[in-house]
Design a protein around this ligand. Sequence first.
Ligand SMILES: *[C@@H]1O[C@H](CO)[C@@H](O)[C@H](O)[C@H]1NC(C)=O
Length: 313
Amino acid sequence: MRHQKQSQEENLTEMVEFVLLGFCDVPHLQWLLFGLFLAIYVIILLGNGTILLITKVDSTLQTPMYFFLGNFSFLEICYVSLTLPRMLANLGTQRRTISLVACATQMCCVLTLGATECFLLAVMACDRYLAICNPLHYPLIMNHKVCIQLVAGSWLSGVPVQIGQTFWIFSLPFCGSNKINHFFCDIRPLLRLACGETFMNEVMVYGAAVLLVSVPFLLILISYSKIISTVLKLPSATSRTKAFSTCSSHLTVVMLFFGSAIITYLRSNNSHSSGTDKVLSLFYTIVTPMFNPLIYSLRNKDVIRALRRLVCK
Ligand SMILES: *[C@@H]1O[C@H](CO)[C@@H](O)[C@H](O)[C@H]1NC(C)=O
């Protein structure tokens, strides 16, 4: 009995690093995955970097919408840079260990920027709602100060919740396996490894997900339904079609991002396998940041024109 207790304590003190298993269940695909994710990372950096650049330098794109879009692209670059480089290093070197501190930092940052992404998407939807449904008051409401406040609020509002959440999870005892069956330190895979009482953590994950994911999602759905009902009343058929195509492409990305995040965080811990978890989280960490610049900008004529001007200069 005494011996058992002692070895448990040893285990507790020994746990200074985790192993991120990543995609090691498909050993023959390591280099293929490395190439694929490297290509995706380059596409994300180039696509979002281009948007960030033209929204800063082009004089015709100095409106609230492009201010939000530029900041959103900047956010996407930060967000994927928290997970993808480490994942590429794991695939390339096959060294998978991550220290406890690095794991906690990664989790806290990914969660915080994930919340920022939810809020910024909601801000962008509300901005479009005001511009389309309330064009007379729009310039008064969306002045420069409000834009900055909205963006700063989006970046900061997730911080306290996510720091608290990370701190709480990492104060749990981890005494069994240290192998995280995931490609980054996310809440679900870590809660699986914890051997203390995790019920209150589960409650907190739910609470945070409702507050930081579902509320912005509802705001977006309400904004777009108002936009669609306004657009339906437009007299000309071509402007109706144009507005519809913009709205539907925005809604597709929003659904992908929020859908995968909501399924991941708003469900009980044991109802999915780790494999499903990995595929789902690929959507909100990598796939949507890749498609966002395409959908928000490259379908937009003003952005295309600004891009031409930039290239011709
Ligand atoms: C986006 O907004 C945040 C918060 O206000 C700010 O720190 C950051 O520099 C902005 N980034 C760009 C590229 O505008």
